[in-house]
Design a protein around this ligand. Structure first.
Ligand SMILES: [Zn+2]
Length: 178
């Protein structure tokens, strides 16, 4: 078994330490070589200058006589976007307001994410790419027009569907990739 890419919450993240021995390294495929290697930290949402846990890093040990490849892999919280400090819940509040018909400014005001209006414009530019990645999971080839938000929340949850997507599909949602 290779490590998951996403887990649902901090408790699941801390439980990973017990599972690591049964994993195969995603780089070299050896088993039993991965070690927990500390938390993956980064800018906390809405708390500039503060640090928050984003995930956990694992090291495929090549130290001493260990046969690993020396590379690391990481497991992220499903609420985290790779390469961005906004989390899925805040981002979705903005996007769902925008998809309900509000302009960028009004959606940004309503969502109260704590991020700048410039951020909201940048987020919205990434939405088409993110939406394109969702469609195959939602409709499996058939596409009823205009119901993306409904289909998304129906499948992955009302409150935080993009975390649901990343956790359930074990895929990075690409709408915020920098
Ligand atoms: Zn390895």
């Amino acid at each position: 078994m290779i490590p998951p890419r996403y887990v649902s919450d901090l408790a699941a993240l801390s439980r990973l330490g017990d599972l690591v021995r049964s994993w195969r390294c995603p780089h070299c495929a050896r088993s039993g070589t991965l070690n927990a290697h500390g938390a993956l930290r980064g800018g906390a949402e809405n708390l500039p200058g503060k640090d928050a846990v984003r995930g956990r890093r694992f090291f495929c040990s090549n130290r001493g006589r260990r046969p690993g490849c020396g590379r690391t892999c990481s497991v992220l919280l499903a609420q985290v976007f790779r390469g961005a400090s906004v989390r899925t819940g805040s981002y979705w509040r903005f996007c769902s307001a925008r998809l309900s018909g509000l302009g960028v400014l009004a959606a940004w005001e309503q969502a109260r994410t704590g991020f700048s209006l410039e951020s909201a414009y940048r987020w919205w530019r990434g939405w088409p790419r993110g939406a394109a990645a969702l469609r195959p999971h939602l409709w499996r080839g058939r596409e009823p027009p205009g119901r993306l938000a409904e289909a998304l929340t129906e499948r992955y949850g009302q409150v935080d569907p993009l975390a649901g997507f990343q956790g359930r599909e074990q895929k990075a949602w690409p709408g915020l990739a920098s």
